[in-house]
Design a protein around this ligand. Structure first.
Ligand SMILES: CC(C)(COP(=O)(O)OP(=O)(O)OC[C@H]1O[C@@H](n2cnc3c(N)ncnc32)[C@H](O)[C@@H]1OP(=O)(O)O)[C@@H](O)C(=O)NCCC(=O)NCCS
Length: 181
């Protein structure tokens, strides 16, 4: 179950921190991040979906990291197994940065933080899935040393919606892997 797609957003930008003027902290997400994460990732990712990721993180099933700027979460990434889990590897998924804050190095910081966790756990690699038509994310991963592993595969995951329903997303993805030094 992953999210690695590009999502369109159209939301209220009021009360947001300035995109370039303050430092970014990367830390484990807490329940208090729900509101700003929901705002950062709306409307493509529902608050219900983020709440579930936070619950999975607080109960230890997975880990969610957030990039925080001026007290607000402006990006996030999750770590944890799934269909494409590899041996001796840490799986990164659901990397997403608020569109207003992209191209400032925040995505790179989140990926670096995942790699540091993998390294500290003595794992050999980090793996992820990326939609085959997600050129921007694929270019970023390549630049950071990730390589496509094999042919595209179909991925299927469930997107929770705030009205209580859910939607099944089925997309072709590349598995990408980075060997840690
Ligand atoms: C993919 C994504 C997470 C990248 O986040 P980001 O914060 O923009 O990532 P970065 O800023 O670290 O890098 C993006 C680009 O900006 C460049 N950049 C970073 N800091 C910069 C700066 N200060 N000035 C100019 N460019 C900069 C990077 O070199 C990188 O260039 P590249 O695309 O040629 O590799 C973001 O675009 C996103 O949320 N997309 C939608 C969700 C998605 O597709 N997620 C991936 C799922 S697999």
């Amino acid at each position: 179950m992953i999210h690695c797609g590009r999502l369109q957003r159209d939301r209220n930008m009021r009360n947001k921190p300035n995109a370039t003027t303050s430092a970014i902290e990367i830390r484990t997400a807490t329940d208090h991040d729900l509101e700003s994460l929901a705002e950062a990732h709306a409307p493509g990712i529902s608050a219900a979906q983020i709440k579930r990721r936070l619950e999975e993180s607080s109960n230890g099933f997975r880990t969610m990291l957030v990039a925080v700027k001026e007290g607000r979460a402006v990006g996030s990434v999750s770590i944890g197994g799934g269909r494409f889990q590899r041996k001796n590897s840490l799986r990164l998924f659901a990397l997403d940065v608020d569109p207003e804050f992209r191209r400032n190095g925040i995505g790179t910081m989140l990926i670096n933080a995942v790699e540091a966790i993998a390294f500290n756990r003595d794992l050999n690699e980090v793996n992820l899935e990326v939609e085959t038509d997600n050129k921007d994310a694929t270019r970023l991963y390549r630049r950071l040393g990730y390589r496509i592993c094999g042919n595209p595969v179909m991925d299927r995951w469930t997107l929770l919606q705030d009205n209580g329903s859910s939607k099944t997303i089925e997309v072709p993805v590349f598995v990408m892997v980075k060997r840690l030094g």
